[in-house]
Design a protein around this ligand. Structure first.
Ligand code: DGY
Length: 331
């Protein structure tokens, strides 16, 4: 164990897997918030006072005011690939390193995207309810009919690591894959995944399943709205395991209610943990509580990586997955 005097002081804002806490405690003086919900803002700032590192979750808002109140802070390590809960520009300006947890959750998130897609297409949640309610009294030819997946067109919006992993799984379903992204994936990837780049409108008009994998940026906020939903086929499904605000929920609820699209499956919401009340009453939307990366193995890997990122910065090493590496160069 390292000498206590030289060990950095960090705050971990929520319970992590035991293995990750052990890793943190062998190399740092750890203050752990054991409470159920996120620390209220004032308390978070108070607990961070004098500490150099923070390991936090997407439910912690790390904004300019918090950063200003914590001048000793050198690293904010998010246990997530997304980091829209952190004011990245403010952190970069103040010389605070921000890190995230890419890669380790890619495959698990892609698996769950397919869970959502299949559940929506084949009406799994409705079917489960049907059985539990005692309505399965005889085999019926025309009950709970869904949409086919195999051989259909999958439209992937945001063709980064997760979007590509989702597309890779479509090969097994013999699907045509369209993708839309600011950057081209390049010929080798397009050939491997049998995917074609296209503009958003063509993707929306031609896809049977539209799956969102873009980060939340000013230009992707409400990318899916009444106008763009209107471009989708009435038989198409929308899947969102990215960030809730990429979709305008009120417009989606209306489109689902009016049958302008066939169905949707959502893991994320505009105002988590609240879900738009109009969605809650609709049978043709599957609702999950932001669990796309929630397998035992993946959550441990995410937490371990976040702890490692935090400790690396404080021990003067390059963290494995920095978001603003330019801050490291300034040191
Ligand atoms: C992320 O990593 O950004 C997810 O939303 C939580 O796993």
């Amino acid at each position: 164990m390292a000498d206590t005097a030289s060990r950095p002081a960090i705050l971990i804002s929520r319970i992590l897997p035991e293995e990750s806490l052990r890793l943190a405690r062998t190399r740092a003086e750890v203050d752990l918030h054991k409470g159920d919900g996120p620390l209220p803002k004032g308390e978070l700032a108070a607990r961070l006072g004098g500490r150099a590192g923070l390991v936090c979750l997407i439910t912690d808002t790390i904004d300019e005011a918090l950063l200003a109140a914590c001048p000793d802070l050198r690293v904010v390590s998010n246990v997530a690939v997304g980091f829209n809960n952190i004011d990245l520009a403010a952190a970069t300006r103040r010389g605070v390193v921000v890190t995230n947890t890419p890669d380790v959750l890619t495959e698990t998130t892609a698996d769950f995207t397919w869970t959502l897609l299949m559940a929506a297409a084949r009406r799994l949640v409705e079917a489960d309810r049907y059985v539990r309610e005692g309505r399965f009294t005889q085999w019926e030819l025309m009950v709970l009919l869904g949409g086919d997946v195999h051989g259909k067109t999958l439209g992937v919006v945001g063709f980064g690591r997760i979007g590509r992993a989702v597309a890779r799984r479509a090969l097994g379903f013999n699907m045509r894959v369209l993708y839309h992204d600011a950057a081209s994936a390049g010929r080798a990837v397009e050939q491997e995944l049998r995917a074609s780049a296209t503009d958003l409108e063509t993707l929306l008009r031609e896809s049977d399943f539209v799956t969102l994998h873009t980060p939340l940026l000013p230009e992707t906020r409400h990318l899916i709205n009444a106008r763009t939903l209107g471009m989708m086929k009435p038989t198409a499904y929308l899947i969102n395991a990215s960030r809730g605000s990429v979709v305008e929920e009120a417009a989606l609820a209306e489109a689902l209610r009016e049958g302008r699209i066939a169905g949707a499956a959502l893991d994320v919401y505009e105002h988590e943990p609240q879900v738009h009340p109009d969605l809650l009453g609709l049978p043709n939307v599957v609702l999950a509580p932001h669990i796309a990366s929630a397998s035992h193995d993946t959550r441990v890997q995410m937490a371990n990586l976040a702890v490692e990122n935090c400790l690396a910065v404080l021990e003067g090493r390059t963290p494995p997955t920095p978001v603003n590496p330019e801050v490291l160069k300034r040191r």
